[in-house]
Design a protein around this ligand. Structure first.
Ligand code: PSU
Ligand code: MN
Length: 313
């Protein structure tokens, strides 16, 4: 039976124009708005990321569900309505991974998208590059709890280049890297030799391949997909040294936050937002400031890689 999936989508005029003309478009993650940062910083950062993408010659496309439509290229009002602003019920938004999208659609809700959901929606729309902060992965203790982010599964089969500062050490970075290895997801170090730990530029874990130019990063993606090798590639972009956190401060905050999650029996999709909130509180907002710079840096890099990708096609 023929089904028209476009009825589920609302693609903004600027993004549609860009896609039709093979201009570089960069997908932007939106669970960072709904669940990753507190109001109003969440909206300021979302706007900043859009501006940085634009300034660097690409078209931003924040993706989420707004009133039951999968919106590719959310405008300022739509972003406001997924901002979970305390006390404003018009801004209530779910956290949606791929599994939650149909529910948000049928109930005409608002939803911020995880990386997994962004990958899927971006891929359907023909967007090949996304920017985010850090990827989801294997939680600490995940070898027992089986708390492993659906991001890893999606990265294994959906063809989008993901610019990320590695992952936060709220996760088990070593096991996250091992699962990526199993899923055959290439982990590229953009000018770096180790897997970045989000708040700090490096960790003890290796990346797969180091690449030192945006052109070569774009060429890697083109080559992978032209060969028919489906799936994402992670383009690791370490936090600039001047914005990195003190290792001991962040380690201690994450240790405490993990303990609190255990005490409160937080599980499932609530675990990651819980940990992010606690870490921000425990560092007196220092982690949030670093997070903002990570987003700025990743938005710029994603735009430059997207430009190179589309220029050579
Ligand atoms: N890690 C972060 N910041 C985030 C997330 C992860 O440092 O905002 C969000 C992303 O949207 C990611 C999601 O895709 O959490 C993963 O959630 P879970 O662990 O429930 O799969
Ligand atoms: Mn999880």
């Amino acid at each position: 039976m023929y089904s028209d999936i476009t009825k589920y989508f609302e693609i903004s005029p600027r993004v549609k124009e860009g896609l039709v003309n093979s201009e570089p478009v960069v997908a932007l993650e939106s669970s960072i708005i709904s669940h990753g940062m507190p109001y109003p910083t969440n909206l300021e950062v979302a706007k900043m990321a859009e501006e940085v993408v634009t300034e660097n010659g690409a078209i931003p496309a924040t993706i989420g569900v707004w009133k039951g439509k999968i919106v590719v290229g959310m405008d300022e009002q739509q972003r406001y309505e997924i901002s979970n602003k305390p006390g404003d019920e018009t801004t209530v938004a779910m956290k949606a991974s791929v599994k939650g999208i149909p529910f948000a659609v049928i109930q005409k809700r608002n939803a911020g998208f995880t990386i997994a959901a962004i990958l899927r929606a971006a891929s359907i729309a023909g967007i090949r590059i996304m920017a985010t902060g850090g990827i989801g992965g294997v939680s600490r203790g995940g070898e027992f709890t089986m708390d492993v982010s659906a991001d890893l599964e999606e990265l294994g089969h959906t063809s989008v280049g993901v610019v990320a500062a590695g992952c936060k050490s709220i996760l088990d970075i070593g096991r996250t890297k091992e699962v990526l290895e199993t899923k055959d997801v290439p982990v590229i170090g953009l000018g770096c030799d180790s897997f970045p730990a989000f708040f700090t530029p490096s960790s003890q874990y290796r990346i797969d391949y180091r690449i030192d130019s945006y052109d070569e990063a774009a060429e890697f993606l083109r080559t992978k997909w032209e060969l028919g090798f489906q799936g994402a590639a992670i383009l690791c972009n370490p936090v600039p040294a001047q914005y990195a956190m003190d290792q001991e401060i962040i380690d201690e905050a994450i240790r405490k936050a993990t303990e609190m999650a255990k005490e409160n029996a937080v599980g499932g999709e609530h675990n990651t937002p819980f940990l992010l909130d606690r870490v921000s509180e425990l560092t007196g907002g220092a982690s949030l400031r670093t997070n903002i710079e990570v987003i700025r840096n990743n938005a710029k890099t994603a735009a430059l890689i997207a430009k190179s990708y589309w220029n050579h096609r």
